[in-house]
Design a protein around this ligand. Sequence first.
Ligand SMILES: [Zn+2]
Length: 510
Amino acid sequence: MSTTSDTSVAARATYEPVIGLEVHVQLLTESKIFCSCSTRFGAPPNTNVCPVCLGMPGAMPVLNRKAVEFATLAAMALNCRINETSIFARKNYFYPDLPKGYQISQYDKPLAEHGYIEVEASKKNAENQKLRTENRELRTGLRSKRIGITRVHLEEDAGKSLHEGFPDSDEKTAIDLNRTGVPLIEIVSEPDIATPDEAYEYLTRLKEIILYTAVSDCNMEEGSLRCDANVSVRPRGQKELGTKAEIKNVNSFRFIREALVYEIARQIEVIEGGGKIVQETRLYNSHEGKTYSMRSKEQAHDYRYFPEPDLLPLVVDEKWKAGIAQALPELPEARRARFVREFGVTEYDAQVLTVSKSLADQFEAAAKAAKNPKRVANLVQSELLGRLKARGAEIEQSPISMKGVAASADLVESGAISGKMLKDLYDLSFERNKDFPEVYEEEGRPQQSSDTSALEKIVDEVVAASPKQLEQYRAGKKTMLGFFVGQVMKASKGQANPQLVNELLSKKLG
Ligand SMILES: [Zn+2]
């Protein structure tokens, strides 16, 4: 496809994409949604099953209270209105991994509706990049856009078809029903998403919020978070939506973005070539970077939805709702604002420090314990995250704990150690895989030298050993001061108090 040709580029500018996302999130309950089977991932195939989740005749579903509470909590975090009464419905279709022949879901009366997520509105890449680097403080809040959430509903997962991993996999497909009946929420967005970048941003924020509520681990490799994208294009200014295609089963946010980029270009090219978009389900091949038609897309009426006769309407009354709301944590956006307010960190710092709840909790504890929270924030970013990134590790694997960071920040703050000494000690911590306080002890609690007479001696030696530089300095080249400071620091093995060195040198040279 010649999507990079000039005609295509011109054509693309006259169309606008319309994107809506459907995200399935597995809830972290211990048992399934309608029976007491375990939801544990990685159990041997078909061991976590019972007559209910196998769809045996006469077996009756019993709703898991915890699943309702988790779903409600997630919906609240996504700013949804919780419907007091919602109805479970049968969604009828045949698939080998769906033994009942229907999935219990919610249809016209879902658990929650009318929510939203704030995302950073997408801009042209170059401009965005420039803003990111030049003005990180201004990044958040200025161009935020609200993406509507149509609904959040509860449903059960289907089983899994295994097409590989067995000796006869080339001719047979195996079925694992452990996942059948695992509780899911489906989060359906409004078609408010205008670009693939915005879709990526929406998914990132969504995952962040869900992780904060701790109702799911959002592990994409294990299928705890799955995303389908609906996308259509229409001439700019046109009100009616174009025909949409659904891209299914994309297993990373990056691939979703790539799949959307491809699919938008494909649809424009079809329309420009005089063709018509067919409503269909497409699969993304990440190796080729292309989407392929899988099947024509079902309409809702194809599923013959009807209310599930074996389950009563679900009622989440005010009292229950209030109880659930108590478990609602401070969400990332609010936490960022508070970090800026309470600890004097920048918006950008706050963004980095709240990227996971665990990091944010640890940072907050350290910031509160330390004399200067701002210094803790700086150390986390400049010294800790950088070193972790270099070894491809997450914050959970850091040898230096947040307590360690706080302790080191206090040592610098009080002048006991210099910035250079801190860097060296951090290096040792990473080398030895030990926390900062331990390494600090092992190194004999090093102190930067504030012993004036000892430092004066070093200053004298350094100045005496560099007559040329001294001459330049006295001839007016004041930048040579840096050279002398460096020499003294080196001679003191980094342990001299830089401020004191500066003072002594200025006196001596002047
Ligand atoms: Zn079961």
